[in-house]
Design a protein around this ligand. Structure first.
Ligand SMILES: Cc1cc2nc3c(=O)[nH]c(=O)nc-3n(C[C@H](O)[C@H](O)[C@H](O)COP(=O)(O)O)c2cc1C
Length: 214
């Protein structure tokens, strides 16, 4: 077993014990390599931001969390070596500005993207759900030549009182007339599962760094 495989095996078994402490324990290795990692997220109602924070926690905070709506693209493209991109899904689509970033700066950003994630209401518990989720990823990755190596979907949340009037009306109509269900608030976020993904990501970054120096 080479160093890369050893790290992956050790990492993955440790991840199941405690994602947070594992992330913290290997963070110095990333910092020693001085790889700068940024997680760029696009949110409307905050679940994707929370998920970004939980991923960072699983990574032992070896990542900067950036909101797509407030970043300067040229600056971040120069500053970071690797990117994780994540978006909420609204009416079948990801954050427009994030897709725009991928499209306009494709050449510079694509080689640096190591993972992507989406946050949505679709659960993926059946084939139809999985097909929808695949469709969301397809739209998210449309500007790219190939898909990021790691992809993950997470459950988000919908709190009716927090929605804009326009969204509330639209969704009320959608639930009532299309889904034929009562329109109720829901929360499908699972912080521990998200932290675990953060630790897996960290292991992956380490493994890539090691194999690039071997
Ligand atoms: C206006 C609106 C449209 C949505 N459309 C979809 C959809 O097409 N598919 C889906 O799976 N979830 C959909 N959702 C659920 C969101 O993906 C979920 O609320 C997620 O947490 C949004 O991310 P955010 O909280 O970071 O804004 C929608 C939510 C809203 C508010």
């Amino acid at each position: 077993m080479n160093r890369r495989d050893f790290l992956l095996t050790a990492g993955i078994s440790l991840v199941s014990v405690s994602a947070y402490s594992f992330g913290n324990s290997i963070k110095p290795l990333i910092e020693a390599k001085s790889e700068k990692v940024a997680l760029i997220f696009g949110t409307r109602y905050g679940a994707t931001k929370d998920i970004a924070k939980w991923i960072a926690k699983g990574m032992g905070s070896a990542v900067d969390i950036l909101n797509i709506e407030t970043i300067n693209f040229d600056e971040i493209l120069k500053k970071y070596d690797k990117f994780v991109i994540g978006s909420g899904i609204w009416i079948d689509g990801p954050h427009k500005r994030l897709v725009e970033l991928l499209s306009i700066h494709k050449k510079q950003i694509e080689p640096k993207i190591i993972a992507s994630f989406i946050v949505c209401g679709t659960t993926g518990e059946d084939d139809a759900g999985m097909a929808r989720i695949e469709g969301y990823f397809k739209r998210f990755h449309k500007p790219l030549e190939s898909k990021p190596k790691l992809q993950k979907h997470f459950g988000g949340r919908m709190i009716i009182e927090k929605l804009s009037e326009k969204d509330r009306k639209l969704l009320d109509n959608f639930y009532r007339n299309i889904l034929k269900r009562e329109f109720k608030s829901w929360d499908r976020t699972k912080p521990k599962e998200v932290e675990k993904f953060g630790s897996e990501l960290l292991v992956n970054i380490m493994a890539q760094s090691i194999s690039s120096t071997e």
